[in-house]
Every structure is written in structure tokens, then in C-alpha cells.
Design a binder for this molecule. Structure first.
Ligand code: FES
Length: 146
């Protein structure tokens, strides 16, 4: 259907639940592509809907737009990710997600002693001074030394 192959920016925004400005931003970042019709209006091919779905899913995993753009650029002919591509990309991003979860879990566990404390002590607070890193530098106002 011709209209399906020539989606307006408003139609894409509505179908994907994103703002028009978001689509322009994605285009600036090289994540999606449009072409101009005779009236110099942006038009999108139907596959842009899948590209935006992949972008939104990846963002929910905490993947940055720069990482997504790099992943897209590495696909043959800069094609829109198909099912197999998504499986491969999401598997790679899962390792990053696991690492972030582990780091946040460690941070949460170190917070346990701080709940209800409020001391923010350089000597014993694991949030304010993890692993006493300032103690390795020296004593006194070491944070002010730059
Ligand atoms: S606020 Fe007291 S130990 Fe972190």
C-alpha cells in the first residue's frame, strides 16, 4: 500500500507513541532515515516502525543511543534489525545489563549500613568513601586538593 510505504512523521510518531521531536532526534543520531517527497516533507518507509521498536526496547535495557547507532551501523547495508539480529544484539546487551545489575546490587548492599545513619563519615561510610579511597590519598581535606 503506497501510504504504508510513505509514512508521515506524524503517523510514525502516533504509531510508535513518541514525539515528532524524538523522531527528528533519532534521525540526527543516524538511528532512522527519512526521505523527502516532492513537497519537501519527510516520509518514512514502513520498516522505521521496527527500528523504533528496537530502539525503545534497547533503551529499556539501558543501552545508550550511541551504542544502538553503532549496532545498527554494523548490520549489513545498515538494514533494519530482523528477528535474528535482535536476538544477537539483545544477547550482547544482556551481558552489559548483568554487569550493571551486579554493580547496583553491590551498591544496594553497601547502602544497608547507611540507612538511618546519615554520618557520611570518611572513615566508615561505604557510600561516601568506598573502600576508603580517600584514606589512600592522605589525611585531612584530601578531597579539596583536586
Ligand atoms: S551514612 Fe553512615 S555509614 Fe553511610
Amino acid at each position: 500500500m503506497l501510504e504504508e510505504a510513505n509514512l508521515t512523521v506524524g503517523a510514525v510518531a502516533k504509531r510508535c507513541g513518541v514525539k515528532v521531536s524524538t523522531l527528528h532526534f533519532y534521525e540526527q543520531k543516524g538511528l532512522i532515515r527519512s526521505w523527502r517527497n516532492a513537497g519537501n516533507q519527510r516520509r518514512y518507509k514502513r520498516d522505521v516502525l521496527r527500528r523504533i521498536s528496537v530502539i525503545k526496547a534497547a533503551q529499556r535495557l539501558g543501552v545508550s543511543l550511541e551504542e544502538i547507532a553503532t549496532a545498527f551501523a554494523n548490520l549489513p547495508d545498515n538494514r533494519t534489525p530482523d528477528k535474528a539480529d535482535w536476538a544477537k544484539l539483545s544477547q550482547a546487551w544482556r551481558a552489559d545489563l548483568d554487569a550493571r545489575i551486579a554493580a547496583l546490587t553491590q551498591l544496594r548492599d553497601s547502602l544497608t549500613g547507611c540507612i538511618g545513619c546519615g554520618c557520611l563519615s570518611l572513615a566508615r561510610c561505604p557510600l561516601y568513601n568506598p573502600d576508603d579511597k580517600f584514606g589512600e590519598i592522605g589525611v585531612g581535606a584530601v578531597k579539596l586538593l583536586g
